[in-house]
Design a protein around this ligand. Structure first.
Ligand code: GLC
Length: 472
């Protein structure tokens, strides 16, 4: 069957391209990618053939975690542009046949969000209950839960005699999803974005929304799916929106709930089982364990089989939190091009919605020769501090970062062999990978055997033959 005859929703037929705005294209020479920069590259994305852009957060933010700490959900951070730029992006993208998916961070906000500033003023402030507070003495936190970026998950506020809960940095206080007023405020905000022309949402760490800190529950709390059904009814079921939740804890059973074909929750989730095979079940993410390719195959088989007809998979290798797949799973030295194509064909041949992370379509590699000083990521900076304190030598820290650090995926997009890969005319916010003179878009777009052309062909095939979507 050819695809035009298929009645599957658009997002089952789509390929989604992730843009990490600060590293994609700078337009004003400040070294930071921005929205006008994205607009200037829409022709390239149309040539690749993608259907939608998932835009990592461009909302106002102090940038403690590169925008995953939002201080205003309804305005654009000046480093990325203005609301007019955003409207223009939506309009121009539509002319290129491309939809825009926003990245909603709803588990936490920035501590500079006006809700939190108010919440901190007093226990009676109406916004106090937007966050999670527990009484204490400043010496012993309510329990020993840890934050993902290091240290305790509880931060002491002496003026209030209370701790607040945060699962990421202390500048990312967790929102209190038990508060129905907060939930309604969030739903209204989402609906305003939908009215502006947004076609879908990626929901950051969605499995954390039902947290219950008193019981040390971070993910999969008992109310999680109630919240998702409520949000879906209030926001997602009204139009053809695509929704994808990031859920590191997902297994096929929970994925069937999240992506129930009745549409009661989300369209799909990002699960990570295939990406964490080089971690120990206990221990931290920085341990290095050899890849087990048979296990990888079994994981894909299980997800493909178990979700068939009962849910929907998202398919991805790369994103802004993961090392580059060609370095992580392929051989970036001798077989870079072959590895990149093999990984692409494997992924795009499975059932689900494929995601391409910027530069993956060029076979971009890990940051390579970075030194400890080159890394910018908050998770990495905290890791360096903690590992040094535990006595780990710098060479070992660097070895682990070069394999697993998130900045491996955040080096600037490699457009051509010009200065700074033509990402910026200024000083890039993070160092460009020196291999841009060999690996860049200008070299690949018209070269038939390039990684780019392989991706373009895979996307074209998916549009043409429904076997890529339905398996028949
Ligand atoms: C998600 C994002 C990651 C961020 C974290 C906290 O995992 O993908 O970049 O640091 O949530 O918001």
């Amino acid at each position: 069957m050819i695809v035009s005859e298929s009645r599957a929703p658009w997002w089952k037929r789509a390929v989604i391209y992730q843009i990490y705005p600060r590293s994609f294209q700078d337009s004003n020479g400040d070294g930071m990618g921005d929205i006008p920069g994205i607009i200037s590259r829409l022709d390239y994305l149309q040539m690749l053939g993608i259907d939608a852009i998932w835009l990592s957060p461009v909302f106002c933010s102090p940038q403690d975690d590169n925008g995953y700490d939002i201080s205003d959900y309804e305005d654009i951070d000046p480093i990325f542009g203005t609301m007019e730029d955003m409207d223009e992006l939506i309009r121009e993208a539509e002319k290129h046949g491309i939809r825009i998916i926003m990245d909603l961070v709803l588990n936490h906000s920035s501590d500079e969000h006006c809700w939190f500033r108010e919440a901190k003023k007093s226990r009676d402030n109406p916004y106090h209950d937007y966050y999670i507070w527990r009484d204490g003495d400043g010496l012993s936190p309510p329990n020993d839960m840890k934050a993902s970026f290091g240290g305790s998950a509880w931060e002491w506020v002496p003026e209030l005699g209370q701790y607040y809960f945060h699962q990421y940095s202390r500048k990312q206080p967790d929102l209190n999803w038990e508060n129905p007023v907060l939930r309604q405020e969030i739903y209204a905000m989402i609906n305003r974005w939908t009215e502006r022309g947004i076609s879908g949402y990626r929901l950051d760490v969605v499995d954390h929304l039902g947290k219950e800190p008193d019981r040390c529950i971070k993910v999969n709390g008992p109310k999680l799916h109630d919240y998702l059904r409520e949000m879906s009814a209030a926001c997602f079921q009204r139009s053809e929106l695509v929704t994808v939740g990031e859920a590191w804890s997902a297994d096929p059973e929970t994925a069937k709930l999240y992506s129930n074909p009745d549409g009661s929750e989300l369209s799909m989730v990002f699960q990570f089982e295939h990406m964490i095979l080089d971690q120990r079940p206990v221990g931290d993410k920085w341990d290095i364990v050899p890849q087990d390719f048979l296990a990888l195959k079994k994981i894909f088989t299980r997800w493909q089989t178990e979700l068939a007809g009962e849910g929907w998979n998202s398919l991805f290798w790369d994103n802004h939190d993961l090392p580059r797949c060609v370095s992580h799973l392929g051989n970036e030295d001798r077989y870079r091009v072959e590895s990149a194509k093999m990984l692409a064909i494997l992924l795009h041949g499975m059932q689900g919605t494929p995601y391409v992370y910027q530069g993956e379509e060029l076979g971009m590699t890990n940051a390579g020769d970075y030194t400890l000083e080159d890394y910018q990521d908050i998770e990495i900076r905290n890791m360096i501090r903690e590992k040094r304190a535990s006595g780990m030598p710098d060479e070992e820290i660097l070895r682990r970062l070069r394999i697993k650090g998130r900045d491996n995926a955040r080096t600037p997009m490699q457009w051509d062999a010009g200065v700074n890969a033509s990402f910026t005319t200024g000083e890039p916010w993070i160092r460009v990978n020196p291999n841009y003179t060999d690996i860049n878009a200008a070299d690949q777009v018209n070269r038939d055997n390039s990684v780019f052309c392989c991706y373009r062909e895979l996307i074209r095939l998916r549009k043409r033959y429904s076997i890529f979507i339905n398996g028949v």
